[in-house]
Design a protein around this ligand. Sequence first.
Ligand code: CP
Length: 312
Amino acid sequence: MRNRYQGKDYLAFKDMTREEIEFITDLSLDFKKKWYAREPHEYFKGQVWAALFEKNSTRTRNAFERAAADLGIKVVYLRPDEMQMTRGEPLKDTARILDRYFDGLFIRTFGHEIVEECSAWMESPVINGLTALEHPTQGIADLMTIKEKKGDFKGLKICYSGNLYNVCYTTMIFCATLGMNLSIACPEGLEPDSEILAETKRRAAVSGAKIELTQDFDEALKDADIVYGMSQYSMGQSEEEIEYLKSAFKPYQITLEAMKKAKPDAIFMHCLPAHRGEEVTDEVMECTQSVIFDEGENRMHSIKGILAAVAK
Ligand code: CP
C-alpha cells in the first residue's frame, strides 16, 4: 500500500505525529470493516517477516500472526533461547543478518534501546511489540476502541489505574496528542519516565489536554468517560517489588462501586492480561460497561493497520 509511512519503523507514540496516529487508527478501522465483510486483503503476498519475542504474549503474538496471514505475509517465529544472541552475539550483528533474510521485524523485548538499535541497523521496518517504555501496537487498538465506543477523542476523560510503565506512557502520549484528558490514579512517590513526561507536557500544551497524576481515586474517576485498568506491576519484577506495589495500589482497585463514580455511560478498558481481584474485580471485567474483548479483538485489526502502513 503506497503511503508516506511505507518503510518507516513503528517504535513509539512519542515519535509519531498526530497525523500518523490518526492515519493508522483509521486504516485499522478500515481493515476491521474488510474483515467483517470477508473482503480478501492479501496486499503483501510474498513478504516474510520475523517475529522475535523475548517475553510471553497471548494477544500481541497471535494478533500479529493472524494479521500477517490475512495480509499474505508469512511469519517466521524466532525463539531467542535458540539463537546466538543469548550466547553473546551482538545485537547489531543479529539485526543486520535478520535484515538480509526478512522484509520486517516484529519484536517484543525489554529495554527500548533494543528496538532502537535494531532500527538503526536494519533497512526493513521494525515494529515494537512492547518495550519497557511503550506499547504502541496496544495504543492503536485502544484508540480504535475509543473511537468505536465514543465517536471521537477530543474532550474525553480517561481515568487510568495501574502501573506507570509502557501502556501508561503510550496512553499519556496519545491523550496529550489528541486532546483527551487523563487522570492517573496512583500512590504517592510513583513518577512517570521523565522523557515521556516532558513529551506529554509539550503535546498537551498544543492540544489543550489535561494530564494529571493524583492520589485521589474519586477525583480521577469523576466525569471519566473511560476507566482504564492495568496490572499493578510488570513482567520481570522481583517478588518484593510486586508485594510493595500490590499493597500500595490496593486503594485504586476498580470495583463496581468505583465504576459508579465515573460517568453513567463510562466504558471499562484493560489491555489484558488482567489480575482479577487485584487491579480490577471479576464483576467489573464481566459487567456490561466492559469492552475488554472488543479491545482485545482490535489488537489484530490494529496490527494489520500498522503492518500495512509500514510494509514496503
Ligand atoms: N496486551 C498485551 O500485550 O497482551 P499480551 O501480553 O498477551 O500480548
